[in-house]
Design a protein around this ligand. Structure first.
Ligand SMILES: Cc1cc2nc3c(=O)[nH]c(=O)nc-3n(C[C@H](O)[C@H](O)[C@H](O)COP(=O)(O)OP(=O)(O)OC[C@H]3O[C@@H](n4cnc5c(N)ncnc54)[C@H](O)[C@@H]3O)c2cc1C
Length: 290
């Protein structure tokens, strides 16, 4: 790996200051949170910002809190904090499923929720989880804030809809009674990026699916969601037959690339199998069976 090109460094002490610094650099600066994605990209010279703006002092963005009918996670919250949070475990088992298989403790100690979403890696586990949960991203600029569904946050691989002078500050996830969620990932070895992964979120009302989210990681799906499978399941019960059809629809929507992690046929098979498993486990959790 190379060394990065020369780069200026600034440390922000508030969100306002970080926004001012971004504005001053007119698209030539990048925020740095955990640095686990940005620094490798700088060393490979895929990213060559004039300045990196360190946001690690923005402790105001490091929180997990329940407000009314949703849970908020600050953008600077580390993977390890999400994994250790009992509040998260109580409401969204899927987040703990995913955090257990994201990289290793070294990455989880520094990597952040905001950095993970803004990196927009098509194999990113948290992006899939938060898309399945229909979370919203709160984005701030010097002129105000806007809210974007996480499903619409990416604008293609490694690109987001954030403008140059915007910061992701928070993700908000709805809390719904009767909900259950699960994440299933196949990796080549512990801590590796996904060969394929599926996140499922179900809200059951008298055994019938009233809402559902199914998101796929590393499977080449636009915005990462299996919307045909979601539409099919809404209003139906979870049975072997409906699970089989949802798995088939998710696999049919997948457009994986063949690479060192496996051929297309294998990845499509995983899309089918992991969708059924994630939905089954989400349903069991919604019904308090596990
Ligand atoms: C060895 C290794 C293995 C990994 N394995 C996995 C894995 O299995 N699964 C997985 O999902 N991830 C994995 N990752 C990625 C890891 O989760 C990273 O922490 C994450 O991708 C980026 O988070 P970060 O806080 O380090 O972001 P950074 O590297 O600091 O930033 C990433 C990008 O986001 C931007 N950014 C950061 N914060 C904000 C913000 N608040 N607002 C706007 N833009 C922002 C930065 O400018 C940069 O462009 C792995 C990383 C490594 C190094």
């Amino acid at each position: 790996m190379q060394t990065p090109a020369p780069v200026d460094y600034a440390r922000a002490h508030s969100v306002e200051q970080a926004l001012d610094l971004l504005d001053q650099h007119d698209g030539e600066a990048r925020l740095i949170a955990g640095g686990h994605s940005l620094i490798p990209m700088m060393r490979l010279r895929i990213a060559q910002p004039e300045c990196v703006i360190d946001i690690n002092d923005l402790t105001e963005l490091d929180y997990i809190r329940v407000t009314g009918d949703h849970l908020s996670i600050g953008a600077l919250t580390r993977h390890k904090t999400v994994l250790a949070s009992p509040v998260i475990g109580e409401h969204y088992a899927i987040l703990h499923d995913a955090e257990r298989v994201i990289a290793d403790p070294i990455v989880r100690n520094r990597g952040t929720v905001g950095g993970s979403l803004c990196q927009a890696d098509p194999a990113e586990d948290l992006s899939a989880v938060l898309a399945a949960l229909r979370a919203e991203a709160v984005i701030r600029s010097r002129t105000g804030s806007r809210v974007v569904p996480v499903r619409e946050l990416d604008d293609g691989p490694y690109q987001t809809v954030l403008e140059d002078a915007e910061i992701l500050t928070e993700v908000r996830i709805p809390i719904r009674p009767g909900a259950g969620s699960a994440y299933e990932k196949v990796e080549r070895r512990t801590g590796d990026w996904a060969v394929a992964a599926v996140g499922a979120y179900l809200v059951l009302d008298g055994g019938v699916v009233s809402d559902v989210g199914i998101a796929l990681a590393a499977l080449g799906v636009e915005h990462g969601c299996a919307t045909e499978a979601e539409d099919y399941l809404r209003g139906r019960e979870i049975t072997d037959q409906t699970l089989a059809e949802a798995g088939r629809l998710a696999a049919a929507a997948s457009r994986p690339s063949p690479d060192q992690r496996g051929p297309v046929v294998y990845k499509r098979h995983l899309a089918d199998e992991l969708t059924r498993r994630a939905l089954r486990r989400a349903a069991d959790r919604a019904q308090g069976r596990i």
